[in-house]
Design a protein around this ligand. Structure first.
Ligand code: FEO
Length: 395
């Protein structure tokens, strides 16, 4: 039994073996966090992925007879949290379901058998006896229907996908888990799921986080936060406001190692100028991991050779993913080797130029066939030029 506070329990399911969450690598697995709150009226917040229903049911049954659940609050329609809702609803026959306005629409479309769903508006409340939940709509964090619930009497924010991390663990609290791993997974989660909604995060923080005294954050994935509550809130604000470090990410694919040579020269020029760098060959690094580095990098330097008059497919996939997650206000530069026409790095430059408020003033850098010593020296200097731009941009 996982007790968060007296009468408040984690009753979720642990997805130990999941390694791919629609294209996002989940090397630490994940969990789907459901919460049970015992009061005069008994409340279940969220459920789990369908296949983990029995696990959730057994955890609930350790505490109460599941038939006694009075309220089921669905903070989010996505099936990792609502998948077991129809099953638990068959057991908790008298339960009333609550969801946001978009959540009501979403749940009815996903599960037509759920007939009655009450709508929670921004700031509306649900009293269960000695406890009152206050609802805050969290539109586009990361679906239109997301919602959070604040339990003022216990200073707990049930934040749903916000503040989540994909972590499977037999311990459920941040003070019992690796600090480094917790923050790295929270950052990866933000970079891959929340990043494109930065402005929404700031708006959400203003209405649902800042006005409340929050001791514990209960997200819908991963570890419950009670030690690093202030720190993770500060990190969210930092990430949401595009706060970057004097750091550059060099990301590329290569065919015959010429573009690889260019990448390494750029990286060395940056490093020798005192800029923190990451070098990622797309053949060996997953785009969802690279995105974690994008989150706090001031410069994103992207390289591709030319294949069949195009950039390499790995680079195209990275740029497509990057464009979707829409980081703003970065320095971008393209580079690559080529044999005859050299379209690859020019295409990269063209896509980087489309990104919002990106500085792509550095000319794309192309080198024919294998770079000479002189060309490598020139590319090294280009790394130094990028470093100067970073130095002038990041204060
Ligand atoms: Fe964790 Fe958007 O579901």
């Amino acid at each position: 039994m996982v007790t968060i506070k007296k009468n408040i329990y984690w009753v979720g399911g642990v997805d130990w073996n999941i390694r791919d969450f629609h294209g996002y690598t989940t090397e630490e697995g994940s969990s789907y966090n459901a919460y049970l709150i015992i009061d005069e009226k008994i409340t279940l917040i969220d459920t789990v992925k369908g296949y983990l229903y029995e696990e959730m049911l057994s955890r609930i049954s350790e505490i109460i007879d599941p038939a006694k659940i009075d309220n089921i609050i669905s903070l989010h329609t996505e099936m990792d949290h609502s998948g077991a809702l129809p099953e638990i609803y068959k057991v908790a026959k008298n339960a009333k379901i609550y969801a946001s306005p978009q959540g009501v629409i979403g749940l009815k479309k996903h599960y037509p058998e759920l007939k009655e769903i009450a709508t929670c508006e921004e700031g509306s409340t649900l009293n269960t006896g000695k406890y009152t939940f206050t609802f805050h709509l969290a539109q586009m964090l990361h679906w239109p229907d997301n919602m959070a619930a604040y339990l003022g009497e216990e200073k707990i924010l049930f934040s749903n996908d916000a503040f989540g991390q994909h972590i499977a663990s037999s311990v459920h609290f941040d003070d019992m888990y690796s600090e480094g791993m917790f923050f790295r997974q929270a950052m990866k989660y933000y970079a891959n799921i929340v990043q494109c909604y930065n402005e929404r995060v700031v708006a959400f923080a203003k209405k649902a986080v800042m006005p409340h005294d929050i001791e514990i954050i209960c997200p819908s994935h991963g570890i419950i936060i009670r030690k690093y509550t202030k720190e993770i809130i500060a990190k969210y604000i930092e990430w949401a406001t595009n706060t970057v470090k004097k750091k550059a990410l060099v990301v590329y694919d290569s065919m015959w190692e010429s573009t690889d040579k260019l990448a390494r020269q750029i990286q060395r020029g940056l490093e020798d100028s005192g800029v923190e760098t990451s070098l990622c060959d797309l053949k060996y690094n997953h785009i969802s991991d690279i995105m974690t580095d994008v989150l706090d990098s001031a410069a994103i330097i992207v390289g591709s050779p030319t294949l069949n008059s195009n950039m390499l497919p790995n680079v195209a996939a990275f740029l497509c993913y990057l464009k979707g997650l829409a980081p703003v206000k970065r320095i971008g530069m393209a580079f690559g080797s080529f044999g005859w026409n050299g379209q690859g790095h020019k295409q990269v430059h063209s896509i980087l130029s489309e990104l919002k408020e990106w500085d792509v003033s550095l000319e794309p850098l192309g080198v024919k066939y294998i770079p000479t010593e002189e060309e490598l020296a020139m590319v090294y200097q280009k790394g130094k030029s990028i470093a100067s731009l970073i130095e002038n941009t990041v204060k």
